[in-house]
Design a protein around this ligand. Structure first.
Ligand SMILES: C[S@@+](CC[C@H](N)C(=O)[O-])C[C@H]1O[C@@H](n2cnc3c(N)ncnc32)[C@H](O)[C@@H]1O
Length: 296
């Protein structure tokens, strides 16, 4: 069998098994992964014969995808904010949606830089692969160096393997962030200019948990008590102890959770609260600023 024949067969089987996914792209990505060749090389040399060992590898990879396992887990890697990140079943596969949180946090960080802070401290709660912390580190390190500002970005997760994964991603991308094992703020000390988090926020009875990629991702990364609000609420309630005055908290949440999250923000942080919509016009990130005088 050659590349072209394998691609045709795999595409057909994948489109039958997962009709909502892009079978052609998945087949090509699996072949790229197994051969170590680029898409262009594969398409330019479609007549290349697949040997027995390669054929066995491809059969195993295809079997995993046919069962619905996410491509990112099969490849062990996913790109986020143009950074290649190792992924594992210990945590969530980073989503493009989360780049909105990074964009917003970056805007706020840059404003704070202009105010000539000498130390910019950022905390990422439930860091998983380290996606948010590392995206911010990659953007802010050169800017802070230029302005003579010290940068400290800390990511925490309560899953020891997620912390190891985030550390491996820092090394892989040659980025300087600190990763700690901590139950939310438990091991965190000092105050921060910005706290970000994409915590678990799905209700345990949500039907989406039994569909698509979510079937393979750990519940510990997805589900929260109180119809999905428990971790969001805990983080908002605790944040005032860890934010500098006028420090910002930014949280990703479900598209129907905006109103309630805003009200928890107002009760705990201050009046300056806003929700950012994604490209599909859904409310996905809420942010507020800690104003001590507005709460007292
Ligand atoms: C939705 S995932 C987000 C992962 C990553 N920040 C991202 O955006 O791709 C939530 C993360 O929170 C972590 N987590 C859940 N409960 C936690 C807790 N009590 N303390 C710290 N981290 C927690 C999970 O292990 C998981 O990595």
């Amino acid at each position: 069998m050659n590349y072209q024949q394998w691609l045709a067969d795999a595409t057909q089987r994948l489109s039958q098994a997962n009709p909502n996914e892009n079978a052609k792209i998945d087949a090509l990505v699996l072949l790229q992964h197994a051969t170590g060749r680029s898409r262009t090389q594969i398409l330019a040399f479609e007549e290349t014969q697949i040997d027995e060992k390669m054929s066995a590898d491809l059969t195993a990879l295809l079997a995993r995808r046919l069962k619905g396992e996410p491509i990112a887990y099969i490849l062990g890697e996913k790109e986020f904010w143009s950074l290649p990140l190792n992924v594992s079943v210990d945590t969530l596969i980073p989503r493009p949606d989360t780049e909105i949180l990074v964009e917003k946090a970056l805007d706020i960080a840059l404003e704070k830089l202009h105010k000539k802070n000498s130390l910019l401290r950022i905390l990422d709660l439930g860091t998983g692969t380290g996606a948010i912390a590392l995206a911010l580190t990659s953007e802010l390190t050169p800017r802070c160096q230029k302005q003579g500002v010290q940068l400290e970005i800390i990511g925490v997760d309560f899953m020891p393997n997620a912390v190891l994964l985030a550390k491996s991603n820092a090394v892989k991308n040659q980025l300087n962030a600190i990763f700690l094992q901590s139950h939310w703020f438990e091991k965190v000390t000092g105050k921060f200019d910005i706290i970000v988090s994409n915590p678990p926020y799905i209700d345990q009875d949500d039907v989406h948990l039994s569909r698509g990629d979510l079937r393979f991702e750990p519940r510990s990364a997805l589900v929260a008590e109180e119809q999905g609000y428990a971790d969001l609420r805990h983080i908002i309630e605790q944040a005032p102890h860890y934010l500098k005055e006028n420090g910002a908290l930014l949280l990703e949440h479900g598209w129907q959770q905006g109103a309630k999250v805003r009200s928890i923000f107002r009760e705990n942080l201050g009046r300056q609260v806003a929700t950012v919509r994604d490209y599909g016009d859904n409310e996905r990130v809420t942010l507020g600023f800690w104003k001590n005088h507005e709460i007292q």
